[in-house]
Ligand binder design. Structure first.
Ligand SMILES: Cc1cc2nc3c(=O)[nH]c(=O)nc-3n(C[C@H](O)[C@H](O)[C@H](O)COP(=O)(O)OP(=O)(O)OC[C@H]3O[C@@H](n4cnc5c(N)ncnc54)[C@H](O)[C@@H]3O)c2cc1C
Length: 466
């Protein structure tokens, strides 16, 4: 199995790392020689950080991540509306939310991709590809080409690949123009900016503050009707907007850019041998900081399935479960991000969207989960196993069956490796058995007597190739 990854942005790089860790040969094809030097994503959630740690990146991540301490919504006068104190909160053994400077993160990921033996073709733009029953081929302008078995399109929001295979984006109906300004503070303490993510629900101009990695800080200003994006992003105008928080003597501008925040999701993630991941498949307003996190979740979901197909354990039908699992999940995340954006306007008293304040940070909304796919539906199924970080699993391709008593499991999932780990945590969770997939998601919870039936269902859902 050889996987061609088009696009060496963060999602393409993580797809490569995940595939390499599973023993799948892969090549990343990226048009830019250098890492894109300007930040976009700032926050990484605990699930993604933990999944990257399992690839052996833990200490490298410690160098490029810091914990985010809090997130809130305030009114124009700074009065608290809703929020959450994240100090010391750990999920999966990681800070609940971490912040990073995207170019540093990407540089580290690029280095690791090479270290782990994948081929990284920089300065190579993909203009056409061919995919048929025999495989995929990418031809370059100099008449050279590269062949593989599958193509994962991580080529960003304007994805050439997505358009070429005819996958459509569904517009979920959110369009707002915002001016995004990144600064580097000369002295963080002296600047006295809040060390958190804050939505300032000011009726005159909703504004987002995001405390970044080290001395970086982001301001996002909602553009108002009639404002010209080019004029609003001129340096004098930017400093005028910043003047409520900092002066020109306190920071340097890293970048200013106007974005149309929108909400779109692909109608499917697979077309034969071509699979979409990251912004090529979904884009969302940044209020939940979930764009890149969602792309990385794509990478973790897809990579073990490609490995199973590559090893001949599963038929290619397994790859259809990638859309079945990821699309409803990411759609829910996009909708939650839209609600969070609407809540800002609503708190600012500009318009009522009927959005509950639970859409704010720390609200009690249920996290999306996989409802269908390689799992046996049930209440605790379809989310990351919350104690996954405590389970040492040396075979990243294996299904892990957690139980309070040892079980004989050899061959129960065909040629798929299956391991039994005995732990007393299971009984504390009121289950006798929990089945965890290679990506750390719970595939089933059951009693010992139900396990045989559960594994029969999973064999079918894994599309095992006997
Ligand atoms: C203002 C803002 C704030 C954000 N904040 C957050 C946040 O806090 N947390 C979060 O999770 N997300 C956030 N996001 C979203 C996040 O930045 C994106 O989801 C993420 O960068 C997408 O990564 P990607 O690898 O899918 O795409 P990209 O980063 O766009 O990478 C695509 C890569 O493909 C390459 N490429 C494209 N076409 C070709 C081709 N034909 N041949 C070869 N190479 C090609 C490009 O050069 C590029 O390197 C934010 C976005 C914005 C705009």
């Amino acid at each position: 199995m050889h996987v061609l990854i088009v696009g060496g942005g963060p999602v393409g790089l993580v797809t490569s790392l995940a595939l390499s860790s599973l023993g799948v040969r892969n090549t990343v094809i990226e048009r830019s020689v250098d890492v894109y030097g300007l930040p976009r994503a700032i926050v990484m959630d605990a699930e993604v950080r933990h999944s990257l740690s399992r690839l052996g990146l833990g200490s490298r991540l410690d160098e490029v991540l810091e914990p985010m301490l809090a997130a809130d919504f305030v009114d124009a006068a700074g009065g608290h509306l809703t929020g959450i104190d994240l100090t010391g909160i750990q999920l999966l053994g990681c800070p609940a939310v971490s912040k990073h400077f995207q170019p540093m993160l990407e540089a580290m990921l690029r280095h690791e991709v090479r270290e782990r033996g994948a081929r990284l073709m920089l300065g190579s733009e993909v203009r056409e590809h061919r995919a048929d029953a025999s495989g995929v081929e990418i031809r370059f302008d100099d008449a050279s080409s590269v062949q593989g078995d599958y193509l994962v399109a991580c080529d960003g929001a304007s994805s050439r690949t997505r358009k070429a295979v005819g996958i459509q984006l569904e517009d979920l109906g959110f369009d707002q123009d915002w001016l995004v300004v990144d600064v580097e503070l000369f002295d963080r303490q002296q600047a006295q900016l809040p060390d958190l993510t804050r939505q300032v629900c000011d009726p005159r101009r909703p504004t987002t503050l995001v405390s970044g990695f080290r001395n970086f800080y982001r301001f996002e200003f909602q553009l108002q009707p009639g404002e010209n994006p080019a004029e609003m992003s001129s340096v004098p105008q930017v400093w005028k907007l910043l003047s409520s928080w900092i002066s020109v003597s306190q920071a340097r501008l890293v970048r200013t850019a106007t974005y149309r925040f929108h909400a779109v999701v692909a109608d499917r993630l697979r077309e034969g041998r071509v699979l979409l991941a990251g912004d090529s498949a979904h884009q969302m307003p940044p209020f939940m900081g979930q764009g890149l996190n969602s792309g990385m979740r794509d990478a973790f979901n897809l990579s073990w399935k490609l490995a199973y197909v590559g090893n001949g354990w599963s038929t290619p039908d397994l790859l259809d479960t990638y859309s079945v699992e990821r699309l409803p999940h990411v759609r829910a995340v996009v909708e939650q991000s839209v609600d969070t954006g609407r809540l800002i306007d609503q708190f600012a008293g500009r318009v009522s969207h009927g959005v509950s304040r639970e859409a704010g940070y720390g609200g009690s909304r249920r996290s999306p989960r996989y409802e269908d796919g390689v799992l046996v539906p049930g209440p605790a199924v379809g989310t990351q196993y919350s104690q996954w970080h405590t389970i040492v699993n040396t075979d990243l391709r294996a299904f892990v069956v957690l139980s309070d008593e040892s079980l004989a499991l050899d061959g129960q999932l065909g040629r798929v490796p299956i391991r039994n780990v005995c732990t007393d945590r299971i009984s504390r969770l009121n289950h006798e058995v929990v089945v965890v997939r290679p990506d750390g998601y719970v595939a089933a919870c059951c009693t010992r007597s139900e396990l045989s039936e559960v594994l029969t269902v999973l064999r079918e859902r894994l599309c095992l190739d006997y």
